[in-house]
Design a protein around this ligand. Sequence first.
Ligand code: CP
Ligand code: NVA
Length: 304
Amino acid sequence: MNKVRHFKSLLDINKNEFIRIIERSIEFKKESQKNILNNSLQNKTMAMIFKKNSTRTRVAFETAMATLGGHAIFLSSDTTQITRGEDLADTAKVLSGMVDIIMIRTHNHSEVEELADNSLVPVINGLTEKYHPCQLLADMQTYYEERGSIEGKTVAWIGDGCNMCNSYINAAKILNFKLKIATPSGFEPDHKTLMLAKDNVELCDLPGQAVEDCDLVTTDVWTSMGDESESEKRKQLFKGYQINQNLFDKAKSDAIFLHCLPAHRGEEVDADVIDGPRSRVWQQAHNRLFTSKALIEFLLNESK
Ligand code: CP
Ligand code: NVA
């Protein structure tokens, strides 16, 4: 048996694997458009632990399992023994003897690591405060569909140096694109993540510098889950980091806009941009389904 493959962050896959997952996601999308049935996950089950809210991630993984002939079990943190103090290590040992794959969305990244270290089956990070690797698969699929390879292209990240920003840094290193980041002071991305991708990342003082001549412009909410107590403070500090038409116009004329969603129009992005002709956010959200299928298939095949 191969070593169990986990997906704790994008650093768990290499460039070829990343591209293979994107290409497979595009194939899954084509199969779905042609109503081709695929039962490759028949009799497989996935446990999905959610300690934070979700719309896309839950529906994407649950639908991916169901439409490939398998089954997903939604475990809300409120109703499991985890909330009553059962160790994640014990939870991993129990669940991984029953299901084929586990997904967790939680606060601390160390919880994903603890689960993976004690699991006999692949563990997927469905978002932590540090990374959101599943979302990057969908973002990269969307870019590939729209513009082809992202290698050598330039991406602008504007706003909070949050989990999404850290995952963009990982993607820049693996897929070899340039990432220009503009955040308010004190909201920079994770230092270690940044250091691993020094050659691909540039920190800019101003959003305008970051967006200039970019091929892809992206952002995320100013207040991520877990940071709610800072919401009002952040609204003040992040003024000037909104992606509005004026800022977006500094990017290349064929640049696209992406946002992992949920979005707050009038805060990190103006309606003109997110609802405008070069926004691809709905395609990006729908691609969460196809990348979920491709990721599950990849992890199960690689762990055989
Ligand atoms: N983008 C994303 O992960 O959305 P959800 O929080 O709705 O899962
Ligand atoms: N940065 C956001 C992403 C939500 C999908 C959060 O963590 O809340």
